[in-house]
Design a protein around this ligand. Structure first.
Ligand code: 13P
Length: 249
């Protein structure tokens, strides 16, 4: 099955009105691409980004959302609010959310359910720490993180989701997984899903994230089970991000 590639930029907690204006005008110079190009600004800038990318092929993601629909949850942002601003994807379970803000597999699964309920697309982030990799637990961790979501929304829901495999040891370290390492895990994730649903496993787009740069992305994108990238640091530089998109074809 041909799966469209997605190249997504997770801006994390970076940017200002001015820098975002500059970054987007750089991105709008990009030639057409066969890939879907996604950017994920911080919440306060969604409105600005929504207006700036109007009429372009750029698509917006949010970096997180509440599992609650509405009500007395001070400081939280609901999925319906994000939908109001034209958000298509929502990153869920990013390793920074899991490790720094205590998001458990159960919380992440509950967020996935809410996001699907509003018709938006979860970008479920999974991945192992260095210690887990070194003790041979990479697949066990990824499967546990996926299974927690299957338990709540069912495997068929993965046809309406994307997965981002982001090994924690590769995030922000400059040490990307090799194309072979990424392929090995992506293929195993697909095989794990295939045990419950062959068609879902063939359809779901699995992105790689962790120190992706233009110099490493073309090898990653050549891998049969790597359907794109979730880019952190390099997505803050329009030229570098465009160069990554180009390698996706
Ligand atoms: P870096 O590309 O900066 O390593 O970040 C990856 C990431 O966490 C994307 O969500």
């Amino acid at each position: 099955m041909i799966r469209q590639k997605i190249v997504a930029g997770n801006w994390k907690m970076n940017g200002s009105k001015e820098s975002i204006q500059t970054l987007i005008s750089g991105l709008l110079d990009m030639d057409g691409s066969n890939s879907e190009v996604v950017i994920a600004p911080s919440f306060p800038y969604l409105s600005q980004v929504h207006d700036l990318i109007d009429g372009s092929n750029l698509v917006m993601a949010a970096q997180n959302a509440s599992q609650e629909e509405k009500g007395a949850f001070t400081g939280e942002v609901s999925v319906s609010m994000l939908a109001d601003f034209g958000v298509k994807y929502i990153l869920l379970g990013h390793s920074e959310r899991r490790s720094l803000y205590g998001e458990t597999d159960e919380v992440v699964a509950s967020k996935v359910k809410t996001v699907l309920g509003f018709g938006l697309i979860p970008m479920l982030c999974i991945g192992e720490t260095l210690e887990e990799r070194e003790s041979g637990k990479t697949l066990e961790v990824c499967e546990r993180q996926i299974q927690a979501v299957i338990d709540v929304v069912g495997v068929e829901s993965f046809a309406k989701m994307t997965i981002a495999y982001e090994p924690v040891w590769a995030i922000g370290t400059g040490l990307s997984a090799s194309a072979d390492q990424a392929q090995e895990v992506h293929q195993s994730i697909r095989a794990f899903l295939a045990k419950s649903s062959e068609s879902v496993s063939e359809k779901v787009q699995i992105l790689y994230g962790g120190s992706v740069k233009a110099s490493t992305s073309s090898a990653l994108f050549k891998m049969p089970d790597v359907d794109g990238a979730l880019v952190g640091g390099a997505s803050l530089d329009a030229k570098e991000f465009i160069a990554i998109v180009k390698t996706a074809g």
